[in-house]
Design a protein around this ligand. Structure first.
Ligand SMILES: Nc1ncnc2c1ncn2[C@@H]1O[C@H](COP(=O)(O)OP(=O)(O)OP(=O)(O)O)[C@@H](O)[C@H]1O
Ligand SMILES: [Mg+2]
Length: 247
């Protein structure tokens, strides 16, 4: 199977349906979603609580298997991959930023940020050097050896961003990345995400219920009850053909 992210748009979703079975009850979280996300687009999936945003993100990022339909990332049909293939694909091509930061509490900032490089076959020394460069970029040059519990929420999320972007993944998924942050820190964190994405032609899929977050997006896709009810493009972005690894 090809795993090279060379073909097509960043993400293509066809006839996607997701049902959860709870005892005798069936919850239809996504009904029939069709969607194409261009390379380099900063795309916000917007909707109220329970509209299916996280479910959609989990299918796009191959964190869950769809009930029906397919998801392609960079031309690769990820919904047909097994767990091992998916794990490798995620390590090579995808980055994640979570609302709850999801840092490893027993690792320092540098060690957390260096983690995605473990799979790139780099020495520990060069991984940590790269991690330090990233931490400097997110304004944490004085926090290299702090553990997550010794940092503020905003600082932890900056570590999270440094970790998500360090391996230059083609697509970064962010589920309510500023959900626990104040408005000033939210602006700083979003500016960082946007900056990295533009610099390296990365595609961002951002999930939020907060109308303010839509301001950072090139495109806003609104979900109601598991269906796309509007799809508004503010800036047309399509970086197909650009070499995303070029600095
Ligand atoms: N694992 C699960 N099992 C059963 N039902 C689920 C599961 N995950 C989500 N759901 C249901 O699917 C629907 C969509 O949930 P989802 O988490 O995608 O919403 P959301 O838009 O992300 O909401 P929020 O803004 O509160 O995070 C909800 O009705 C929810 O109860
Ligand atoms: Mg959610």
């Amino acid at each position: 199977m090809r795993e090279d992210f060379k073909n097509g748009p960043a993400i293509e979703v066809r006839n996607l349906r997701k049902e959860y079975i709870m005892g005798t009850e069936r919850v239809v979280a996504l009904k029939n979603v069709n969607l194409t996300i261009n390379r380099g687009e900063i795309c916000c999936i917007f909707g109220t609580s329970g509209s299916g945003k996280s479910t959609l993100l989990n299918q796009l990022a191959a964190l869950e298997k769809p009930t029906r339909g397919g998801v392609k990332i960079g031309g690769v049909l990820i919904s047909a991959m097994n767990e091992n293939q998916l794990a490798t694909f995620r390590q090579r091509h995808l980055g994640f930023v979570f609302q709850a930061y999801n840092l490893l509490s027993e690792l320092t900032a540098v060690e957390n940020v260096a983690l995605p490089l473990v799979f790139r076959g780099m020495s520990k020394e060069s991984r940590e050097l790269e991690a330090k460069k990233m931490l400097i970029k997110v304004g944490l040059k004085d926090r290299f050896h702090h553990f997550p519990g010794q940092m503020s929420g905003g600082q932890q999320q900056r570590v999270g961003i440094a970790r998500a972007f360090i391996a230059r993944p083609e697509v970064v998924f962010a589920d309510e990345p500023t959900g626990n942050l104040d408005s000033k820190t939210t602006k700083e964190v979003m500016a960082m995400i946007k900056d990295f994405a533009r610099k390296f032609n990365q595609t961002i899929v951002l999930v939020s219920h907060d109308p303010e977050m839509t301001e950072y997006a090139d495109r806003v896709i609104t979900l109601i009850d598991g269906e796309i009810v509007s799809d508004v493009c503010k800036n047309h972005i399509d970086k197909t053909g650009d070499n995303i690894k070029n600095e």
